[in-house]
Design a binder for this molecule. Structure first.
Ligand SMILES: Nc1ncnc2c1ncn2[C@@H]1O[C@H](COP(=O)(O)OP(=O)(O)OP(=O)(O)O)[C@@H](O)[C@H]1O
Length: 423
């Protein structure tokens, strides 16, 4: 019930002229009537779970919305909100476009002048991107319907001629990737485990729906952080509805990010819910070591973090050697070995042997409770300094990982049709 009532209703906010023109999207959110009728069909894609409440269905502390409560913006609205996409308001850049800081009215979500109202993140997709429309539509379909404390909130969208934009709640502490790899000070263990638990809860929610959602692109750069480092999964561009009936997998074009994609998916195109569990295990390995999932700058044989370090995870002694040196003293040996155990199970080559995300959540929560280190002052100091540092001023350069140095500014390469590498 709490989750239900905490979701603010934005019914009636579709006041701007709708600009949808494409047939694929035209039935989605154009008018209240259309929204209601189309959303009934869409809701059934997900499930008939748990109890109903006034604006949706509650499921595992999340909510499947009755209708997508999204505001439709014009391109001019979003130009105004971002000061004409001024370069200095850019928050980051991904494979499909740039993300800008913008301002909207906190109540109506109407665009406002910089400095008044609330900050939002506005993603503007590259107009030349072939894959862009499909990703944009997937984001609107999934994030428009699902609501959970560990999924980033989509507030609205714009589609006008070739312009495709998405408006999200602003996540002031950026992504886990920024903290793990792009800053000079090591990121504290307590925050790493807190974030891992939050992200695991988000995935568990998706996997717990009656018609499961396979996220398909789980990675550190898609875990965004609010002001208190609560994690929210963003970027549903590659998400897929899980198999219908008794099937175990869906077969799909191979797309994702090097280093995170599960071996069975890379080899066959068969995508399982457990393929997400594999990617989650890769993120856990990054969290433990402070090293990137895939880095072509590492020596031969070490490019793939999993291939390189998987053998180390089953030895208590060797696990200590691979932990990020920067956070020494912030966790106990027991914690490191338990982390290694759960990581190893997530990256099992056979998807059947990987745990369910809800079990991963439980395991991580237990690990968090286990971590009674003798002297917590180093952790407290590290947390305080991490909280003081502004996430909006990422320092680029080098930082020490456990086993060497990792160059900061390299986003793991995405693959798929967009850049022509289809396995
Ligand atoms: N809601 C948000 N609040 C604050 N910053 C954001 C938000 N969404 C994205 N960003 C910033 O923009 C960057 C780019 O995000 P985006 O989702 O486009 O790409 P990515 O996940 O980094 O890479 P890829 O597109 O290759 O998967 C993020 O790393 C983050 O720093």
């Amino acid at each position: 019930m709490g989750a239900c009532c905490s979701i603010p209703s934005k019914t009636g906010l579709h006041s701007h002229a709708t600009t949808n023109s494409g047939t694929e999207f035209s039935s989605m959110t154009t008018t209240t009537a259309a929204t209601t009728s189309s959303s009934v069909g869409r809701r059934s894609q997900f499930s008939e779970v748990a109890s109903e409440c006034s604006n949706g269905i509650i499921s595992d502390s999340g909510l499947i919305l009755e209708s997508p409560n999204l505001k439709v913006y014009t391109f001019l609205d979003l130009k105004t909100a971002t000061k004409n996409f001024k370069p200095d308001s850019m928050l980051g850049q991904g494979g499909f476009g740039k993300v800008y800081r913008g301002w909207v009215d906190a109540k109506t979500l109407a665009p406002s002048k910089a400095g008044s109202g609330m900050i939002v993140a506005i993603k503007r997709l590259n107009s030349e991107s072939v894959q862009g429309f499909a990703e944009w539509r997937s984001e609107v379909n999934f994030l428009g319907m699902l609501s959970h404390p560990n999924l980033v909130k989509l507030l609205g969208y714009c589609r006008e001629d070739k312009e495709l934009l998405l408006v999200y709640e602003f996540m002031p502490r950026g992504s886990l990737e920024n903290h793990l790899f792009r800053r000079n000070e090591p990121f504290p263990w307590e925050l790493r485990i807190k974030i891992a638990i939050g992200a695991a809860r988000g995935l568990a929610f998706l996997h717990g729906l009656q018609r499961e959602v396979i996220y398909r692109d789980f990675k550190a750069s898609n875990i965004l952080l609010d002001s208190t480092y609560d994690a929210k999964i963003s970027d549903f561009g590659l998400a897929k509805l899980g198999p219908a009936d008794e099937k175990s997998h869906v077969t799909t074009r191979i797309m994702g990010t090097y280093g995170y994609a599960a071996p069975e998916y890379m080899a066959t195109g068969h995508l399982y819910v457990k393929s997400d569990v594999y990617a989650f295990g890769v993120v856990l390995l990054e969290v433990m070591t402070g090293l990137k999932a895939h880095n072509t700058k590492r020596p031969r044989g070490q490019e793939s973090l999993v291939d390189w370090l998987r053998p180390e995870l089953s030895s208590k002694h060797r696990v200590k050697q691979i932990m990020d040196k920067g956070i020494k003293g912030q966790y106990t040996t027991k914690v490191a070995t338990e982390m290694a155990r759960i990581t190893l199970s997530c990256i099992e080559p056979d998807p059947k042997n990987r745990p369910h995300m809800k079990d991963v959540v439980d395991a991580l929560e237990n690990i968090r409770k286990l971590n009674i280190v003798p002297d917590r002052s180093s952790t407290k100091q590290a947390v305080a300094s991490s909280s003081r540092a502004s996430p909006l001023h990422h320092q680029y350069g080098y930082r020490a990982g456990a086993l060497g140095t990792e160059r900061k500014k390299t986003t793991p390469g995405r693959f798929g049709v967009e850049n022509g590498i289809v396995a």
